[in-house]
Design a protein around this ligand. Structure first.
Ligand code: F6P
Length: 364
């Protein structure tokens, strides 16, 4: 029996469990592979004793409808820069990839699948270059991976954000308020853009199109001048003002190098109030609600096919590659290519142009 190890790394995402279930079912159909999960990304393998779980068909039955990941995840599980506490209490980041590969061999694993976003796939490529038989499966609610048109989780996040947006419209209308709803996405404005178009926002602020607070204030004034108005704004957590400022906090978690985003909607509210904005402004940060709960049908299907594709790539020995969904078909791309570029919103993208055509402003 061949042994396959699977890990989920980085932020959780609706659809991860559907990939795991598909992998295990495909392996059962093939008959000559058993699937194991490493708990909390590759930490489960690096831990002593190891924390690995055998993923049997019974264990994964019905999990495709469940959010999160049954094998847990972490954004502090980077084997290339693993945080180790030194005797003086300081933290040193150590490359444990060789040790990890030796351990995989000693435990008899013939292949590894790493389900994760850009950071995780950089780890996959590093391990592959050192001889690890690994393949990647793309995962991100932000849809910011350059080598795939879609990743599971994104459409669920957009659906959740749109449902919340719709609720904010009715309360904005009742109170004649300006509502600012903040969504996730890091450096990519896809969730904000899709939500703004789906919900019918007046203003959409994304990292790729710097905004002017003065222009937003002028738009609010104009809209309210016609009478008792209301306004709904969608802002991406990584939205950038004209001066290049992105609102965020330095990371405090050991081993996590990402800027902690969240709260830019409150800064915008403050700035508008300081400028004398007359209508009342309320803000909502959706945060991790966008990542939780049941994946919508599209994401369950995408995740399932990606899981099956990943397993067939293992069977064919397509190591060093990542599953990809491109031009409406399932394919694979070299990991080296997959980590080259992120997928950001081009300011002349068709959806931006469509949004502008229906009167959505980007605050520029
Ligand atoms: O990349 C996915 C994502 O949800 C981003 O949209 C967000 O900025 C980040 O992860 C939050 O991560 P954490 O799990 O560290 O709060």
């Amino acid at each position: 029996m061949n042994k396959l190890l699977v890990a989920t790394g980085g932020g959780d995402c609706p659809g991860l469990n559907a990939v795991l279930r598909a992998l295990v079912k495909a392996a059962k159909t093939a008959g000559d592979w058993e699937v194991w999960g490493s708990l909390e990304a590759f930490n489960g393998l690096l831990d002593d004793p190891v924390e690995l779980v055998k993923l049997t068909p019974k264990r994964v039955a019905g999990i495709h409808v469940k959010g999160g990941t049954i094998i847990k995840t972490t954004n502090r599980g980077n084997p290339i820069a693993y945080p180790i506490e030194q005797p003086d209490g300081s933290i040193e980041l150590v490359d444990r990839s060789e040790e990890m590969i030796d351990k995989l061999q000693a435990l008899g694993f013939a292949a590894v699948i790493n389900i994760g976003g850009d950071g995780s796939q950089r780890i996959s490529q590093h391990l592959y270059e050192r001889g690890c038989p690994i393949i990647g499966v793309p995962k991100t609610i932000d849809n910011d991976l350059g080598a795939t048109d879609y990743s599971f989780g994104f459409s669920t996040a957009v659906q959740i954000a749109t449902d919340c947006f719709d609720k904010l419209v009715t309360t904005a209308e009742s109170h004649h308020r300006v509502m600012i709803m903040e969504v996730m996405g890091r450096d990519a404005g896809w969730i904000a853009l899709h939500t703004a178009v789906a919900g019918g926002a007046e203003i959409c602020l994304i990292p790729e199109i710097p905004y002017s607070v003065e222009k937003i204030k002028a738009m609010i004034d104009k809209r309210y001048r016609k009478g008792k108005g209301f306004m709904n704004i969608v802002i991406a957590e990584g939205a950038m003002a004209m001066d290049g400022h992105v609102f965020g906090e330095k990371p405090t978690d050991i081993g996590d190098s990402h800027l902690k985003l969240g709260g830019v909607c409150n800064l915008l509210r403050y700035q508008l109030e300081q400028m004398g904005c007359i209508p009342q402004i309320r803000t909502t940060v959706l945060g991790h609600i966008q990542r939780g709960g049941t994946p919508i049908a599209f994401d369950r299907i995408l995740a399932t096919v990606m899981g099956v594709k990943a397993f067939s790539m293992i069977q064919q020995g397509q190591f060093g590659e990542m599953v990809s969904f491109r031009n409406n078909s399932f394919t694979s791309v070299p990991l080296a290519e997959a980590i080259l570029h992120n997928n950001n919103v081009a300011p002349d993208h068709a959806l931006v142009e469509a949004a502008r055509a229906i009167g959505i402003s980007f605050g520029d």
